[in-house]
Design a binder for this molecule. Structure first.
Ligand code: HDD
Length: 693
């Protein structure tokens, strides 16, 4: 667990920093309730009526102001990534990177740059569940002292499409089908797979979205990727190509599919709650920003195009350079004002960072500015506190909806001679585009170097271990099994044949099709085999840590309080939290007559919500639990979801739930002395993939 008092740990940023919001927080018990015009309100319970039982009067300006404001409390939700959670924090480079870039936030190892990071799902609406199978957006706003830089990425290093002109089609295919309004937040339906099956370029991404990356355990346990190739430009104007990566310090961890489905039912807000609680507890999530840095010669030597967002560069080819770290240490004060109104835009770059010609990125540079105008209501969205730069900013833009700054003086143009102190361009320090030479015919065209759609899909599938490959197969069988149109299933099979034989055969088998049913699809370019990339295996990214994890202990009356304490302190030693589950929320009476309060009632806390579980029971207690279907289900799920299970006197329940008494992640806890062994097994195993599942 991070300790804010330790050297090098985060110093919390001031709670409220702005003048106009500041007085909202300066209040005491005598602070009166007022209207938006500052008029003190005498009665907030009753509207003005003509007589006690008479009609409400139109003149009641207090009622009308309140209701009108309420009626307008929502703004359009994001067309994609509508469901997200965010937190404040900071970024600090490990060293000066000024030889690579003049970006000021990467120049000084002693400088912390404030950040606001929002992690989201893509397809669902703002109120949708947190755990669908979906890509996670990973957007970071750096409030640098040279302007705001937004790195707007995902938790997957490649994308579905190569050209932004296909983005509306992609999103229309994945969102609820427009006639029926369902399914919400799911790829498992005809329109999505229809589009996929007609877009060979999406096949690499299809492999990623069918992998466990799209069912993360926590937003704290996902990696982030900038995806596109960007440029880093130094003060001498020399440029390198770069791909950005965020590595979760606590590693990546995913749920099983069944677990994700059960979590969705038990706690819609599982990821949002988890992020919030972790930050409140002081378990600050942390990521390392790394970069693959390379030059044009290397890019030209690769058998794929670095401007093609459906391709990655294996780390074995260009290794990661760790640049610095980001820690999220403060929850928003207000969800709407900050998380909802945050406006990210890949076009928010600072001197030292520049774009490349990736046609997906180029289209994004238009879309994000455009969407903020609609969502946030006009061109002044940069004046909303969460979007405002924290460095000085001055220009001659004026007016517009919701203008907040009061600009002084008569001069709002440049050049001018009437305002010698007014803002002026600065050729020495201002943003300069990298002068990449460009020439070419004006055509609607896709480069030939973008034509290979299967080799990297194959690379990804073959770089997974056997369990991960099976999960991809299972996910494809499930998703395509939800597709009603047979022709879509056989068309998808036609693509899988080009990726890998085992994959195609297993999916065909799972769908009840024959390999011969696959559509004959001729690749635009014949795929080739690439060297496997072990770095692409998610299981290789699981870390043996319990930092920030939650262990549940199901207890019964009459248990040894010393054992529960020993489990709690063993968990704390590993940075984990222990939560008590009991049949009743009031808790249980322990062997010495004391009370063990429960954090959760059994019926409200399925084991899917926890990282590891233990049952601490008396003999009678275990027999009683064995007669309770929710308790039996609790343990069966823990087994099927590959959790480490601790057994302290719960043989009867284990037997009923079909859980073996020992081995494969089931640990006997004979007394307080075994608490540590159980917790370290949970730490080292994380998930027991050896179990059949
Ligand atoms: Fe996008 C939001 C990530 C392609 C158009 N996108 C959005 C967000 C993330 C991404 C993380 C949410 C930001 C937040 O938390 O507010 N998008 C990506 C990535 C892409 C990508 C990693 C490909 C590499 N996006 C993409 C394209 C277009 C858009 C090609 C349009 C041509 N994206 C949008 C948008 C959104 C958005 C419609 C919706 C809300 C917003 O911008 O602010 O403009």
């Amino acid at each position: 667990m991070s300790d804010p008092k330790q050297p090098g740990a985060s110093a919390p940023l001031p709670k409220t920093s702005v003048a106009d919001g500041g007085e909202l927080h300066q209040r005491d018990a005598a602070t009166p309730l007022t209207t938006n015009q500052g008029v003190v309100i005498a009665d907030n319970q009753n509207s003005v009526k003509s007589g006690a039982r008479g009609p409400t009067l139109l003149e009641d300006f207090i009622l009308r102001e309140k209701i009108t404001h309420f009626d307008h409390e929502r703004i359009p939700e994001r067309i994609v990534h509508a469901r997200g959670s965010a937190a404040h924090g900071w970024f600090q480079p490990y060293q000066s990177w000024s030889d690579l870039t003049c970006a000021s936030f990467l120049a000084d190892p002693n400088k912390k740059t404030p950040v606001f990071t929002r992690i989201s799902t893509v397809a669902g609406g703002a109120g949708s569940v947190d755990t669908p199978r979906d890509v996670r957006g990973f957007a970071v706003k750096f409030y640098t002292d040279a302007g705001n830089f937004d790195l707007v990425g995902n938790n997957i290093p490649v994308f579905f499409i190569q050209d932004a002109i296909k983005f509306p089609d992609l999103i229309h295919s994945v969102k609820m089908e427009p006639d029926r309004g369902f399914p919400q937040s799911a790829t498992a339906h005809d329109t999505f797979w229809d589009f996929m099956s007609l877009m060979p370029e999406a096949m690499h991404m299809v492999m990623w979205i069918m992998s466990d990356r799209t069912i993360p355990r926590s937003l704290r346990m996902v990696d982030g990727f900038g995806i596109h190739t960007f440029r880093l430009v130094n003060a001498d104007g020399r440029a390198k190509l770069v791909k950005f990566h965020w590595r979760a310090k606590d590693g990546c961890l995913s749920t099983t599919w069944d677990e994700a489905v059960k979590i969705a039912g038990a706690d819609q807000d599982y990821h949002r709650r988890d992020l919030w609680n972790a930050i409140e507890r002081g378990d600050y999530p942390e990521w390392e920003l790394s970069a693959q840095i390379f030059d044009d010669d290397l890019a030209d030597s690769l058998p794929y195009d670095v401007l093609d967002a459906t391709k990655l560069i294996p780390e074995e080819v260009v290794p990661l350079t760790p640049l610095g770290r980001m820690v999220l240490d403060r929850n928003p004060d207000n969800f709407f004002a900050e998380t909802e109104q945050a406006a990210f835009h890949p076009g928010h770059v600072v001197p030292g960072i520049d774009f490349t010609n990736d046609p997906l990125l180029q289209g994004r540079l238009h879309s994000y500015l455009d969407t903020q105008l609609k969502r946030l209501g006009g061109p002044n969205f940069h004046e909303i506190e969460i979007n405002r730069p924290k460095c000085p900013w001055h220009n001659l833009q004026r007016d517009g909806h919701m203008r907040m700054r009061v600009a002084r003086g008569r001069v709002a143009y440049e050049p001018n001679s009437l305002d010698p102190d007014g803002p002026r361009e600065r050729p020495d320090a201002g943003f300069r585009s990298f002068p990449a030479p460009e020439a070419g015919e004006k055509r609607r065209v896709r480069a030939d170097t973008f034509a290979d759609h299967y080799s990297q899909a194959r690379l990804f599938f073959r770089s997974q271990n056997e369990v991960e490959q099976q999960h991809i197969i299972d996910a494809l069988v499930f998703e395509l099994g939800m597709v009603d149109t047979v022709a879509i299933r056989t068309r998808m099979l036609g693509h899988l044949v080009h990726i890998d034989d085992t994959l195609a055969d297993a999916v065909a088998e799972g769908l009840g099709l024959a390999r011969a049913d696959a559509d004959a699809i001729t690749p635009a370019k014949a795929p080739f085999d690439m060297d496997e990339s072990p770095a692409l295996s998610l299981h290789g990214r699981v870390r043996k840590t319990l930092r920030g994890r939650v262990i549940a202990v199901l207890v019964t009356d009459g248990v040894d309080p010393g054992l529960v304490d020993a489990l709690r302190s063993a968990a704390a030693d590993e940075g984990a939290t222990l939560e008590i589950v009991a049949e009743k929320r009031g808790g249980v009476t322990d062997a010495s007559g004391g009370r063990i309060p429960a954090d959760h009632a059994l019926a409200a806390a399925p084991s899917a919500l926890f990282d590891a579980v233990a049952v601490v029971a008396t003999k009678d207690g275990a027999e009683a639990l064995a007669d309770m279907p929710p308790a039996v289900q609790w343990l069966m799920d823990a087994l099927n979801h590959l959790k480490v299970i601790g057994n302290a006197g719960a043989d009867a329940l284990l037997a009923k739930a079909g859980v073996p008494r020992q081995g494969d992640g089931v640990v006997t806890i004979g007394g307080a002395g075994d608490a540590k062994g159980f917790v370290t097994t949970a730490r080292d195993e994380q998930r027991v993939f050896r179990r059949p599942h």
